[in-house]
Design a protein around this ligand. Sequence first.
Ligand SMILES: Cc1cc2nc3c(=O)[nH]c(=O)nc-3n(C[C@H](O)[C@H](O)[C@H](O)COP(=O)(O)OP(=O)(O)OC[C@H]3O[C@@H](n4cnc5c(N)ncnc54)[C@H](O)[C@@H]3O)c2cc1C
Length: 435
Amino acid sequence: MSMNTEIAIVGGGIGGLTLGLKLARANIEVLVLEKLDAPSSVYKGELLQPKSLKIFKRLDALDVIRENGFSFSRIAFEEGEKEFAMDYSILPGEYDYSLMIEHEKLKGILLKRALRYPSFHYLSGTLAKEYDNGELIVKRKDVKEQLTVKADFFIGAEGRNSITRKVMNSKIKKIEYNHQFLTVTFPRPQSLEEGKIISKDERFLGLFPLPDAKVRSVYLIPEGTYKKHLQKGIHHFHKNYLELLPELEGYVTRLKNWKDIQLMIPTAFYADKYVDGRLAILGDAAHTVHPMAGEGMNMAIQDADILGELLAEMYTSGRISPDKLKWYEKVRKPRAENMISLSHLSAIAYSYSNRVITGIRRKGLKQIERDKTLQYKQMLNVSGLGYWPESLWDRLIQAGMLPARRPELSAADKSHYFYTEKDDYPWKKVEQYDK
Ligand SMILES: Cc1cc2nc3c(=O)[nH]c(=O)nc-3n(C[C@H](O)[C@H](O)[C@H](O)COP(=O)(O)OP(=O)(O)OC[C@H]3O[C@@H](n4cnc5c(N)ncnc54)[C@H](O)[C@@H]3O)c2cc1C
């Protein structure tokens, strides 16, 4: 049996579904193939950064996402006795907050929206096995016969073990870390209404409020100690949390079973190419980041936005050419690599327990809070709304070797570093000249 479509997307994760929705809205025939046939219980990203919120607004999905999520703008960093804060509200404009939403809930919202469009098709329980002669061979659950998919373009949105990346012969560069995380959601005290990162000596606990009075937690453990934690039992797990935040008594203690707690192994990699002929990869297929900065899912959404806009324009203008896919790589690859570096730096700051690193981290946080330019750069770069690279001067301020710049930035200074339409979709300008 064979199927024809304009665009085939392998993988119905956040990246594949965002792209599918975007293409369906442009009346493009799109087929999403997803190997799972039920929601997954594996923990994946839940924090939406401001740029993702902006993208969902354009896809007419932000209202329903807000109804099902929990928004906050401040993340407090407790370092021993000291507290510092990072605040999205420093960003000008309406996207000055982040939002936590359960991963499967967000997928459900995107899928439901996309299914409203007749040109959107979704096959669950469908494993993409391999590419053969420019076609995709897929196997459907409980169906003996294989299915062949023919398409103008194939997009690999199938996560870390991407078969599309392999057939493109795109090589990856990997970064490994010396720590892992335990992660679990549990009920939260009402007072926990903003992000909180607590670090004490070698210990780290991140808490991010979810709707329905729940909180997502991540607790850092050194590599190779997972079994020891398991053996010590659930009470020891409670004790670790309570030592860092006693207010969690009566909340974290409601966890009765280790089965609810997942081990999360951070890695980071990036592929050397995102496009090859009629193939392209996005999201975790093209890059993964350390989860510290909460960016992985957002990068998949941002890839989908740029690639979707490009493909939509090709089909609406009737000028369909694989060569144009290079625009997508040109915009997204450097941005993704910047984000990997930023997440990597944040991870390094929490990777070592010795006093020198802890001291540098504390100093850095203090200086970021004092120095309005550093603070703005940090929040802007994390938000995805723009990029303002950090200079040597910034680093010296962060290290406490130069004084903090206290004056607030002007609105014009702030907006200057926002991505414009031309930065996001640069081919539009060039193509206008071509006409
Ligand atoms: C434990 C963990 C914690 C994370 N924490 C955060 C966080 O706090 N914040 C954040 O922003 N990001 C986080 N991330 C990263 C984030 O979840 C990913 O970056 C994001 O989900 C990437 O989306 P994606 O659509 O590219 O890939 P995925 O979410 O991996 O989706 C890929 C989809 O493709 C399907 N698939 C795979 N192979 C095939 C095939 N051959 N045929 C058909 N279907 C296939 C899979 O079933 C899956 O549904 C975390 C990831 C993990 C694993």
